[in-house]
Design a protein around this ligand. Structure first.
Ligand code: ZN
Length: 221
């Protein structure tokens, strides 16, 4: 007879590991789970821990962030390991410096609430140690969506920046595969050809984001 613990372990293994909640309404979470951001600096920073089976940090000295930001990345690493074990560890670029403030090459990344994360190329592959521009058709939409969804499901994401050409690929994939309804996809991605002021999605077009996702976590009000 199976022990209760073993039965529970088997059930946990064969059962759905993630209840895959619908994308939570972001505005309801603002200020509830997250602390207030300070202006222009970062105290109580946490460094993204080394975890080579989950992700690779390009510059550990610039991998400091608020607890929420680090939690999102660590969670996404564990989710990817479970959901797509064949996928490469993802590449994490700059988050923030130890005490925040201006970071070379960025306008944001000052408060520990922004992180750059690589997108997946075909066969769930990521270039090592750098971001490389890819043709939209080279995007591994399934792997990139799985990574993005793992982060969105935390309910801690306020905004994601990505080039519209890659957004279009993700939109098409999520709707055609049945991962999202058109309504859900419209709520996450801005429509193709939308003007900047019409963009309401969490994922928003930004130039110079043809090789990575720029993730921003919520600040409490
Ligand atoms: Zn960035």
């Amino acid at each position: 007879m199976l022990s209760t613990a073993l039965f529970a372990a088997i059930f946990a293994f064969t059962g759905d590991p993630t209840p895959t909640p619908a994308i939570p309404p972001i505005s309801d979470l603002a200020g509830l789970q997250v602390g207030k951001c300070e202006e222009g600096r970062l105290s109580d920073a946490v460094q993204l821990p080394e975890s080579p089976q989950h992700y690779v940090r390009i510059t550990p000295d610039n991998a400091w962030g608020r607890r929420e930001m680090i939690d999102v990345l660590v969670h996404a690493g564990k989710q990817m390991e479970w959901l797509l074990p064949e996928a490469d560890p993802f590449t994490v670029g700059d988050i923030s410096a130890r005490y925040g403030g201006q970071l070379s090459g960025h306008r944001s990344h000052r408060l520990g609430i922004d992180a750059d994360v690589g997108v997946y190329w075909r066969d769930a592959w990521q270039p090592r140690g750098e971001f490389v521009n890819l043709h939209p058709r080279e995007l591994d939409t399934e792997a990139t969506w799985t990574l993005l969804q793992s982060m969105l499901n935390t309910g801690l994401i306020s905004r994601v920046l990505l080039d519209q050409s890659l957004i279009n690929e993700l939109y098409e994939y999520t709707v055609e595969s049945g991962e999202l309804t058109i309504e859900e996809a419209d709520a996450i991605f801005p429509p193709q050809g939308a003007r900047v002021w019409e963009m309401k999605g969490i994922v928003t077009h930004a130039p110079n984001h043809g090789d990575h996702l720029h993730i921003t976590v919520l600040c409490g009000g």
